[in-house]
Design a binder for this molecule. Sequence first.
Ligand SMILES: *Cc1c(COP(=O)(O)O)cnc(C)c1O
Length: 240
Amino acid sequence: MIQDRVRTAEIAANLADVRTRIGAAAERSGRRPDDVLLVAVSKTHPIEDIVAAMAAGQRDFGENRLEELWTKVEQARSLHLDAIRWHMIGNIQSRKTRDAVGPFVLIHSIDRAKIAARLSRDAEAAGNVMRVLVEVNVSGEASKHGFTPDELLAQAGELLALPGIDVAGLMTMAPFEAEPEATRPVFRALRSLRERLADAYPAGDWNELSMGMTNDFEVAIEEGATIVRIGSAIFGSRNG
Ligand SMILES: *Cc1c(COP(=O)(O)O)cnc(C)c1O
């Protein structure tokens, strides 16, 4: 019980610090703090940590594995955490798209056309439309998931035509850099891709830019992030 209070206070303090930094970065980019949505990435952390974050006013939570996401959805239901808003931020295997149809406000990580098509089909079958972001591999690293900018410029029409998904914007992950400033070109490139897509496909809604994690979120916000996905700065390190 003492332990829980210490943990609850720690998470509240971390959240307050992250919110202050988000607000300052938003102001540097000529926006208000509320213009940037904070998704608290709770992967590997227990539901108790989510309860603690909710007590500190946090509502949006992100998970990167469908199995863990569903476990937490069930736990949250049994605890009546009705205000929670779930985000799927990790990549989805093509045989698992059916599990990505669920009570999620946003799927950040549609990384190829096949996933988009299968998710759309499964969502339609369930009478659902899933709101999604398209993941872009801006840096071109082979280890990163996502469309290259050129692939997306060529294939965006196909994605917009799928009836079971509603494309709301773009997501990227910058390579880890010891000096966060070094990630700036990646975020700037995602924003400029958004502008090219909005010109080429004006019927689409390309507003959301999900970019920025613990190491680099302030730079991402300065470059126009509308959503940041932050784990360790809120919940601590994941590997002990
Ligand atoms: C884990 C994860 C994050 C959060 O990472 P931190 O460095 O802990 O903030 C953000 N986005 C995705 C896709 C992740 O998997």
